[in-house]
Design a protein around this ligand. Structure first.
Ligand SMILES: NC(=O)c1ccc[n+]([C@@H]2O[C@H](COP(=O)([O-])OP(=O)(O)OC[C@H]3O[C@@H](n4cnc5c(N)ncnc54)[C@H](O)[C@@H]3O)[C@@H](O)[C@H]2O)c1
Length: 245
């Protein structure tokens, strides 16, 4: 099983070269710059019939050409962007607000981190991939999108691998009464991520052995932007995972 744990890549340039396997292979031969290094690694893994996990927010195996190759080669895919910290608790809390009928008016999320991932995310192009996976989760859980959602990421070297996240949630209850919730999360990035990576390697190996192929939506609870699954609610994703037993 191959796991992509490389630095966050820039958003991709949309191009026809990712639509079919034939287009992709022609683009490879022509050194087409729209193919990213992440896609090329994924292509190599899937060609060798290795299961493939994308733990990063980059677009890699989640293009039609590579999904086609995975199906053809009987390869299991899982991705993308590990749900290890702030997004993990956001997808739990959002479910609570929705199920209790508490209307979210605004959700302000900010982070500081000081490791190399943070340094890469300090680049305004690279950070766009991360913000897009972090920002996409709330509307599908809350079932509305008329609220203000801001996500900010700041590189702050003194903190090293110890990531700090703050959330301020403005919400209303009956009669429009305004209330707030504040969350302060102090997590260790690597300690949160590593067990998920080990779990995913085991799952992908196991499921491929059962004859599954392509994106496995049942593994969605591990990811911020689960490929092939609209559901972002952690509890519903957890039930899906349980259904594999
Ligand atoms: N909690 C977490 O740690 C967490 C959660 C979700 C997602 N992720 C993602 O996982 C990835 C790894 O995170 P990290 O904290 O270990 O980052 P890191 O910066 O410590 O490690 C990234 C590594 O990728 C290498 N790299 C960069 N471009 C490469 C390329 N084209 N080919 C091969 N290697 C390349 C770098 O040299 C570096 O060794 C990041 O994309 C991050 O966003 C991490």
């Amino acid at each position: 099983v191959v796991v992509n744990l490389a630095s966050v890549e820039r958003p991709i340039i949309n191009s026809k070269s990712m639509e079919t396997l034939e287009d992709f292979e022609n683009a490879l031969d022509e050194n087409d710059e729209s193919l990213t290094s992440g896609m090329i690694y994924a292509y190599a893994a899937i060609s060798q019939k290795c299961g493939y996990v994308n733990f990063t927010p980059a677009v890699t195996a989640d293009v039609p050409a590579l999904e086609q190759l995975a199906k053809r080669n009987g390869v299991v895919l899982a991705g993308k962007d590990g749900k290890t910290g702030q997004t993990l608790y956001k997808t739990v809390l959002a479910s609570m607000f929705q199920k209790r009928g508490l209307k979210v008016e605004g959700w302000y999320s900010t982070n500081i981190l000081g490791n190399r991932d943070g340094e890469i995310l300090n680049d305004q192009e690279h950070v766009k991939s991360k913000i897009s996976t972090k920002q996409g989760v709330l509307p599908s859980i809350l079932k509305y999108d008329d609220f203000v959602h801001q996500v900010h990421i700041h590189y702050y070297p003194p903190r090293g691998d110890l990531k700090e996240a703050w959330d301020n949630i403005d919400f209303t209850g009956w009669f429009g009464v305004k209330m707030q919730m504040k969350v302060n999360w102090l997590g260790c990035d690597s300690i949160l991520a590593a067990p998920l990576v080990v779990d995913l390697v085991r799952w992908v190996h196991f499921l491929q052995g059962l004859g599954m192929s392509g994106n496995v939506k049942e593994l969605g609870s591990y990811f911020k932007a689960p490929v092939g699954l609209e559901e972002n609610d952690f509890f519903d994703q957890w039930l899906l995972l349980r259904s594999l037993n």
